[in-house]
Design a protein around this ligand. Sequence first.
Ligand code: ADP
Ligand code: MG
Length: 452
Amino acid sequence: MAETVSEIVSLWTMVLKKAKEKLDDKTIFDAFFAASYIDHIEGAKIYVVVNSGLAAVVLESKYKDLLNECVLETTGTNFSLTFLKEEDVKKVQEVKEDKPAFFEHSTLSPNYNFKNFVVGACNREAYQASLMVSENPGKLYNPLFIYSNSGLGKTHLLHAIGNSIRVRHPNLRVLYATAADFIDEYIKFATGTKEGESLNAFFKDKVDVFLIDDIQFIRKKTGTMEAFFVVFSTLYQQGKQIVLTSDQHPNELNGLDQRLQTRFISGLTLDIKSPDLPTSEGILRSRIEAGGLNVADFDPEAITYLAQRFSSSVRELEEALNRLIFFTVNIKPSKHVTLEVAKEAIQGLIKSQDDQSKLSEEKIIATVADYYNLTPSQITGKIRTLQIAMARHISMYLMRTLLDAPFERIGQAVGGKDHSSVMSGVRKVEKMLKSDPNTAKAIKELTDRLKK
Ligand code: ADP
Ligand code: MG
């Protein structure tokens, strides 16, 4: 991929050379092509400066296919070309610097794509549908709704769809956001912190593909669900693609607005299952290679062992593999990873899982958030309304009593609070437990839920 100035210059020189060969008419080349150069490349778009308005029109209407072909032959990638006069370059840059009114921080992660998604029986349908949606956004399955337990690849697929659409349909504007982001934007707008363009107008004018992750978090939030319904309908009526993910089927999402439930299942609803053995093994092998290691250095039995032992989520599988690699590099350097080495490396991991039956800081935050009708990111965030602060303190208290976690670690888990604020948070809850029956009731119920 051309990145430095000299690479960009030489890329265009090669493209022009090919174009010249393909063109019969040398005067046309000299008049419209010869003086052109690349101003910049952005994602899958190449901005080409030409010497006149006429050249822009001629290249755009007559020679775009030819140039596209030359670009493809030179780079192996499909780019979209935009022809500009010198004076228009500035305008493009100004538009570029125009910050979006909403979702300023939502971006697509380039690390998640279709290529590095391992396909197997457990996820084939969701993968296929995602691929088809990215080929024909808004045309086939709208909305596409993917649900599964955590760690099985939903977020990965959403980003893969977004990245693929950016390349295949560079003129479509893609927005990836989590439901928590949507709630934040809605709150900012509803509380008047944000003025000007409405949330709905933003979607109507500026979004062509809406990828929304973890939609379960809007349950029970009447105002947000209302706003989401309006946005959903606006996009849907314009034939724009919507893809949603959730931890459950729409019909299982208690507290979800009936109208949303109906809309969500009106397109295509698919689940991802826990990885089957061949898929888990495939994921491990692809991760080993992605890490620059050699699969041949791992005994197949070692890979199978890991795949069998950690199949409930891909995230767990990755964690186990990382541990194994760490162990074979740092603790017991071994060039060849046998079954014995694998067993020894992950002994600790299995033990800690069994001990606490997977009770973790994240699980506590998720459970407390659910109990108080908040999102986990509100608990780990900076806002300190009474309810959020209370939920945060209760999370700290539960981490202390149920996990016996050190204050430092609790502080990190709730979004980087220091040792002393964790201590004072835990104390507050201890005090309230004695004086306030509601707190006592909440702690009891939360403890029951977490110990289940
Ligand atoms: P979810 O959103 O369902 O909780 P993620 O998409 O965050 O899960 O996946 C967790 C991790 O597992 C990510 O690192 C992701 O890249 C990886 N992963 C999940 N499924 C696959 C797969 N089929 N192939 C490769 N990596 C996967
Ligand atoms: Mg996810």
